[in-house]
Each structure stands twice: as C-alpha cells, then as structure tokens.
Ligand binder design. Structure first.
Ligand code: ADP
Length: 323
C-alpha cells in the first residue's frame, strides 16, 4: 500500500542519512603519505571488515611483506563539527596511551578524504559479544578480565585521563583473548575541567546502562575519575550475569534505579559467590567511597579462587553460535 511504501521510504532515508556519516568502503590498497619516520610512505593491503561504529568503519590492514595485521579505523576527514571534536580528542588522548590492556595506537594519516588510524588488531570481537554468546562468564574469567581492566584504569588515571565511556562493547579481545580498551572518543583530561553537559548529551545517544549517577547531577566535584570505577562495577556485574544491573525499558528508569542502587542478583541456577557480589557492591556506591584499582585487585574475590594466566582463555566463538 501507499502507507507501507511511505514508511519504507522514510526508513530508507533514515538509514541513508546515518550512512552519510560513515566513509564508503576503502579501496583494496590504501596509500599512507610519506612522513618523517616513513620517508617513502606505505601501502596497506585492506582485508576483512571488522565492524562499524557511530561514525567509523574498521577494516583489517596489512603491509605487504609483513605477516602482522592491523586494524584500520577509518573516518571521513570532513565530519559535522561535534563529531570532528570527538574524533580529535580521541586521537590526541589515544595516541599518548601505551599499556598492555589498551588497544595500541600505531599511527594516523589522511588518504582520499578520510583519516586512517592504524591500531593494534583485536580479532576476537568485544567483551560484549563474548558475554552475550556465553550468557555470562565463569568467575575465573571475570577475575582475569577485571584485573586487566583495573590495570588499564590505573594507568589512565595516573596519566590524568578519565575514559568516561567504559563498557563491554568498547573492550576488545586480542588474539590471545586479552582485554584491550578501545574507543577514547569520550575520554577527557582531568585538568580540563568538567564538561558533564557534553557527556550527558552524548550518553543519551548511546547505552545509559554504564553511567554513574553523579554524571547526571550537577555540582559534585573532585571525584570525576571515579566514574570509571562505577563502570567497572557495572561491567563485572554484566560479566557475571550477562546483563547490566539497572537494565530497564526506559532511560529514566535506568537512571532512577542507578541513583537508588536498585539492583538484584538473578536467582538462577548459576552460582555467584558472595565475594563476587561483595566486590561489585563496593564499586556501586557514592563516588568518594569507591575503591581505587589497587584496592579492587586486593579484594577477597581475587584470593578466593583461580585467576587464569594470559593464554589460558581460548577463542570459542565457533563452538557457540549466537542465538
Ligand atoms: P566508533 O568510535 O565510531 O564508535 P569503534 O571504535 O567502536 O567506532 O569501532 C567500530 C567497530 O570496529 C567496533 O565495534 C569493532 O567491531 C571494530 N573495531 C574497532 N577497533 C578495533 C580493533 N582495534 N580491532 C578490531 N576491531 C576493531
């Protein structure tokens, strides 16, 4: 009918609108222009598509003659100014990070009206994919990832950086299944003061599940970096149960529940230890009461059972089709 045709057209135009922000697929070869540390430039062989984000597309990239594959994160050079700003922050902050659980930033260049970030390749998807497919992780796995994420948070905070957008979908898995924090689009330098209005606005476009309540309130100063500890608490709950604790059908309801710390551990067959429940509870409190990363990793949860070593966790996606 005419009505369904209209709806279809409207939907198609909405999709096209959204796609306008993304760059077109890259050519099979991408040329990095000459620079001070690479006088002859370079040619990247473009491989498989890895994923699409808010405004970036990601492909595998490889230099001929090298076995090592990288991730090429591609964005249009000319973007709406809000996104341009997000991307500049991301570039500046991410390029200064060097830690084993942060996606390594290798270089950036422009080619054919796009900006390319060359990043360490994480070929095993995100922590969110893994948790969804597995419907929750074992406690040894939760220890393994929590220690890694806490270590990365400690490093960022020591450098004066707050990530502000830690969530399972922003934590990628490298070839050995180690966690690597990626996407520094909302990160901020502590000294640049607060711009909670911006986070609030940006956050409302994404998932509100990981947002600390004080982000939504004005006038609470001095514990800004503790928003990352709140997010770690949410991530740990989600790794244990496969769902964030304040999950609700509306954003307002999620915020209300987060403010009231209104969450319950699911009453399912899966056993969750008292230590696991306690460590999460220590993080979902007022900002000035939250533990530092060093305190977190000394909690009984980490002493009460086995912590796998890097390499002990193997990719299992092929055995576990998504539902
Ligand atoms: P945006 O900043 O636009 O949200 P993301 O950083 O989330 O973009 O990247 C978009 C997608 O690309 C991710 O969801 C993921 O699937 C993939 N991706 C990003 N970085 C990497 C990486 N280093 N290795 C592998 N895949 C990646």
């Amino acid at each position: 009918t005419l009505e369904t045709a209209k709806v279809k057209a409207a939907l198609a135009s909405k999709v096209a609108q959204k796609d306008k922000e993304h760059p077109p697929p890259p050519p099979s070869q991408v040329y990095e222009p000459p620079s001070s540390d690479r006088k002859d430039g370079a040619v990247y062989q473009v491989g498989m598509m890895l994923g699409k984000g808010g405004f970036a597309v990601c492909y595998e990239g490889q230099l001929p003659g090298s076995k090592k594959k990288h991730a090429l994160k591609i964005v249009k050079s000319k973007m709406p100014s809000k996104m341009e700003q997000k991307f500049q922050t991301e570039l500046q902050i991410h390029s200064k990070m060097r830690q084993q659980n942060i996606v390594q930033f290798l270089r950036a260049f422009s080619y054919d009206r796009c900006t390319y970030l060359v990043l360490e390749l994480c070929p095993n998807g995100s922590l969110m994919d893994m948790v969804k497919r597995r419907k929750g992780l074992t406690e040894p796995e939760v220890r393994f990832y929590s220690v890694q994420i806490a270590g990365a948070i400690k490093y960022m905070h020591a450098k004066g950086i707050i990530h502000r957008d830690l969530k399972m979908g922003n934590i990628f898995l490298d070839k050995n299944m180690n966690a690597k924090i990626g996407d520094f689009g909302l990160a901020a330098l502590l000294v640049t003061g607060r711009d909670m209005q911006t986070i609030r606005r940006t956050t409302l476009c994404g998932t509100p599940n990981y947002i600390a309540p004080e982000i939504l309130e004005k006038g609470k100063k001095g514990h800004d970096h503790m928003v990352d500890i709140w997010s770690l608490g949410i991530i740990m709950f989600a790794m244990l149960t496969s769902k964030p604790p304040f999950q609700s059908s509306t954003t307002d309801e999620i915020y209300r529940r987060a403010r009231n710390r209104d969450y319950e551990w699911p009453k399912t067959d899966k056993y969750i230890s008292l230590e696991a429940k306690d460590i999460v509870a220590t993080m979902l409190v007022e900002a000035d009461q939250r533990p530092d990363p060093d305190v977190i990793v000394q909690h009984d949860f980490f002493l009460s059972g086995y912590v796998p070593l890097p390499g002990d966790i193997t990719p299992q996606f092929r055995d576990c089709p998504p539902d």
